[in-house]
Design a protein around this ligand. Sequence first.
Ligand code: FE2
Ligand code: FE2
Length: 464
Amino acid sequence: MILDRQGGTEMLGNTYSVETLNKAYRKSIEKTYNSNLSTDYTEKIEALGKSFNYSSNSDRYWSEPELSIFYGTPLYEQASISQKLALNHLYWAWQYSHAANTEASTVFYNQVTAGVFAKVEGYETLCQNLLHETQQEIFHMNAFHKIGYQTKLALLGKAGLGNPLYKQSNNKPKFNLGLASNLLENDRVSNFCQNSQENSFRFVTNLMLGNGRAYYSDYLKNLETGSIPTSRGGLGGLVFPSAALSKFLTINWGSSPFLASQYYTLRMLGNMSLKIYEHRYFKYFKDLQKQKEIVPEPTAVSYYHLLDEAFHTTISQTIAREVSQDFEATANCYEKYLANLTVYLTQKSILSGLAGGLIAVFRQEIDLLLLSYYKLLKSPVFNMPTEEALQWMEKCLCQEHEGFHANLKYHQRLHLDLCNLCDRLNYLWPVNREMRLMAAGGSIDRAIQTNTKALKQFASAIAY
Ligand SMILES: [Fe+2]
Ligand SMILES: [Fe+2]
């Protein structure tokens, strides 16, 4: 018997004793950790980030043209060579700004979950590995930020860097978009309210888990501010846009060994969403090398990042599939419900759409995505007046074109990969195991309908 949940008092709940010595995955974790330690990919990413200079990389594509904003749209067809290059570079900058924000939450949750695993005997190497990954992510984020910032500054100017949601006119936000009010509302919440809210969440979590206090992550316990941070960007910000939900889940992931391991299913959904386009950069790097061509620095960063992340993916997959089984048999209904809810929300928010202007992006064309397209069309790259920008957005997002079909292929491929991952997770509901929400989102007609409605609202917000 591998897992033994011994009875404790009702107040203290149960305790786990997991024998992992003979488990096959233990060897896989050790091997992956040692292989990761022996490489220098992170150092290469760091050096590339430090030496990056946009003007030295501006005259060539960083990937095949397919990875360009608006690829396959009528706008792309009539764009000049320099505009096409800019769209190719900005695709990298946008995608990796998003990746950097996602990795910021990885840094946080690696430590939160390592704090839980540390309380169960047998996971020492896993914890060391998670902390090593955390260090690597910090170097990744720095390189992504540096390259993304310089690229956006060179192409879009300073106006392209700021957040127009906060541009003030008579002390009112310029755009009346939902996200703006969320952010402003969060800023008004006092520390007192935050602490009361977190205490209530802890109380509910302990009540539902029975043993939440026994495994409560030391990392969370030791947070100096006493208040739990929340994701405002990256995948976390998209999937759990409410600060309250994000905190509630953090407390649960930081209290239950089963939920801590299940969190890595979500991580895998994120990793594989990144990998589906990063692999194209990897292949482009290899092709350039073979042809003895110069490799642009951002392409090289993507190449080494994919190699670094391959270790992280192996570990995340092992935790999601194998380690979770150590705790699954004794997980209660509440834990399984929460695990399913988070996968469901992830499908709904980041996998069930089909972007018309960004290959390998499957969230819906709402709020920030529309705003980003709009800012790009108004920027020095296109320099369009408002009306013309909105007309092009209509043509690119609300009418069928080659870009939608290209993106649909990526969506279908990712759907298959994610079904392979989730199919083995017995605790998942069929809607999650078969990724049904994602499958339903693989429809060009549906994407066009959603975009048409969202663009109409966006155009009225601009007029306001
Ligand atoms: Fe990374
Ligand atoms: Fe990673």
